[in-house]
Design a protein around this ligand. Structure first.
Ligand code: HEC
Length: 187
């Protein structure tokens, strides 16, 4: 091998206990890897840190965190504040309306005016008109009175969305609705 030939002639730097240290030329394959990594590192650094052509790790993390925050808006625990905020969100209310039409309208009427189930537009409530009270009835139902529990079938997010939609029905007093049941909501 030529490397061997060179190394035979190469300078012997150091001898200790019969062990010789030679000053050999580095093999070409090794030099190719070395220079490739150096060129790659420079390119990488320029691409991600100087020109910022692609988002770096931090940028990707931020974008993903933002995306998750958007997607999980409806996952916040149900409180009066989060439910009222959801009732102001057209997307959530739209989803809630769709859920209502396919799951609730059969008992509460297409506009929430009441059929078998009570009128949801009249401002009178048997179980309370506060957002959390409505959410609780929808999630857990009033099984003995024929109101199903929805959290299991619809999942938390859709229960919140349909609660938000019910909040928008409150006080719309749809004409020809079922007579009020329960107590008028305290302001
Ligand atoms: C099978 C019929 C039925 C379906 C379907 C149904 N409900 Fe009800 N719902 C009732 C009945 C009956 C009551 C009254 C319970 C009582 O007398 O305590 C009720 C009560 C309620 C109340 C409480 C009203 C009050 O005065 O406090 C809310 C809110 C409500 N339903 C929302 C919904 C929503 C939202 C859906 C769809 C996800 C739904 N319901 C689907 C029958 C139904």
């Amino acid at each position: 091998m030529s490397d061997k030939a060179v190394s035979d002639k190469a300078l012997v730097h150091y001898v200790y206990d019969g062990i010789e240290e030679h000053d050999n030329r580095l093999p070409n394959w090794w030099l190719v890897i070395l220079w490739t990594t150096i060129v790659f590192a420079a390119g990488y650094w320029y691409w991600y840190h100087v020109a910022e052509v692609s988002p770096g790790q931090l940028g990707e993390y931020k974008a993903e965190a933002e995306e998750v925050a958007k997607r999980t808006q409806g996952n916040k625990p149900a409180s009066d504040e989060t439910l009222l905020a959801l009732a102001q969100d057209p997307t959530a209310v739209g989803n809630g309306k769709a859920v209502f039409q396919s799951n609730c309208a059969s008992c509460h009427g297409a506009q929430g005016q009441g059929l078998i189930g009570p009128n949801l537009t009249d401002g009178h409530w048997m179980h309370g008109g506060k957002p959390v009270a409505i959410h609780k009835v929808v999630a857990e139902g009033v099984l003995a009175k024929g109101m199903p529990a929805w959290e299991r079938t619809l999942g938390a997010e859709r229960v919140k969305a349909v609660t938000a939609y019910v909040l928008t029905l409150k006080g719309t007093n749809v004409p020809g609705g079922k007579e009020p049941q329960g107590e008028p909501e305290q302001p």
